[in-house]
Design a binder for this molecule. Structure first.
Ligand SMILES: NC(=O)c1ccc[n+]([C@@H]2O[C@H](COP(=O)([O-])OP(=O)(O)OC[C@H]3O[C@@H](n4cnc5c(N)ncnc54)[C@H](OP(=O)(O)O)[C@@H]3O)[C@@H](O)[C@H]2O)c1
Length: 344
């Protein structure tokens, strides 16, 4: 564990985007981190004081271009808050230089690189990195994350979907062919540019489904649920664009396996997540709301069931438990720090 004096020298690449900004907000108050590099293609040379006035002058840095040499010279740990396909150009060089990397994009989440090419529209040319990367969902992979040099931080929708379903699929309590995920996300899930355009359009008074059955997070959810169940799972996933800035709420519908009686699921979920600092199971008959999780790293889960079916409802902040908060939780695990440091 680093001590308060030595600290982790951390850098953020893509720092002017939404998840980059969230990382700055968390890390500037983290007692074991010193932000030693801010990297931006659009704001090269700009001072941190002008980009992050809320930091009150505590970041005496200017942004630099995201050149691998410069990143390696300044940082030991690198957060990549970049669009998918862009991280692949940097990761192999950073790993070769002995740096630890937490990639917030989708570039290292999928193990099957043909599936990556199909859903992200680009050939993946770092199969070695893809093999090495640890999927950064602490509730499932905490032990592997501890020693990882490359963490693939999960997607926002997959975080809520996997945490909703992990107890049921890993214990074989549901009909694996029956899973339907009805997901709603605030618009910041699609990044800064999209959000700015959205709030100046007529869509801000509307509500709609998009990429029904074809969203790029479907293979990630299937990969992780199949791993947990050791069966081939293929979910129905319907994302919706909710006209709020941040937050994800997912409602998951399943048929229970034969012989599973009604009434025990809330207690089962409480047992499954009892050591988890950020997963909160609602009491019977209560369900999550975005306002209770937005601005935090919590994942709230509520459960309804009858004799044959169950409905699991989950809420997270897409920019925190769905991205930057989870990335810092992963960093805490990698450096053997208290897992909640900087996040509670
Ligand atoms: N938003 C979410 O809720 C969320 C949740 C989970 C995961 N993610 C993933 O996290 C990553 C960042 O998401 P975000 O929401 O922060 O996106 P964003 O707001 O669009 O920011 C991405 C940043 O990356 C940099 N960038 C953009 N295009 C680039 C290019 N071609 N080459 C180099 N840098 C480029 C820009 O920053 P500079 O100009 O400063 O370099 C840009 O502001 C994405 O891969 C996203 O899928 C997002």
């Amino acid at each position: 564990m680093p001590n308060i004096q030595t600290k982790i020298n951390a850098g953020i690449v893509g720092v002017t985007g939404y998840t980059g900004q969230e990382l700055v907000k968390i890390l500037i108050n983290h007692p074991y981190v010193r932000i030693t590099g801010l990297f931006s293609s659009s704001s090269d040379g700009k001072s941190a004081a002008s980009l992050f006035p809320q930091a009150g002058g505590r970041l005496g840095l200017s942004c630099s271009k995201p050149e691998p040499k410069e990143i390696c010279a300044k940082c030991d740990l690198v957060f990549l808050a970049l669009p998918h396909t862009v991280s692949i150009a940097l990761v192999p060089k950073l790993i070769k230089a002995g740096k630890r990397v937490i990639d917030l994009s989708a570039d290292y989440r999928l193990k099957d690189l043909k599936v990556y090419a199909k859903f992200y529209g680009a050939r993946h040319n770092d199969s070695c990195g893809a093999k090495k990367a640890v999927y950064g969902l602490p509730e499932i992979y905490r032990n592997k994350i501890k020693s990882a040099s490359l963490v693939a931080n999960p997607g926002c929708y997959p975080t809520a979907a996997i945490l909703s379903l992990a107890p049921l699929v890993s214990l074989g309590l549901v009909d694996m062919s029956s899973i339907i995920i009805d997901a709603k996300s605030g618009v910041s899930g699609a990044g800064k540019k999209f959000t700015e355009d959205f709030f100046s359009s007529d869509d801000k008074e509307s509500f709609k489904a998009y990429k029904v059955g074809t969203h790029q997070h479907v293979p990630e959810i299937n990969q992780e649920l199949s791993g947990l169940s050791r069966k081939d799972i293929s979910v129905v996933f319907v994302p919706h664009l909710l006209p709020v800035k941040r937050g994800i709420l997912e409602t998951v519908y399943v048929k229970k396996s034969a012989g599973i009686k009604a009434g025990g699921l809330v207690a089962l979920y409480k047992r499954f997540y009892k050591k988890e600092p950020f997963v909160r199971i609602k009491p019977q008959g209560e369900f999550p709301a975005l306002k209770d999780v937005v601005g935090s790293n919590f994942c709230d889960i509520g459960i309804w069931e009858d004799a044959k079916r169950a409905v699991i409802i989950c809420a997270i902040d897409n920019l925190l438990k769905g991205a930057s908060g989870q990335a810092v939780q992963n960093m805490n695990i990698m450096y053997k720090l208290p897992e909640t440091e900087g996040l509670l």
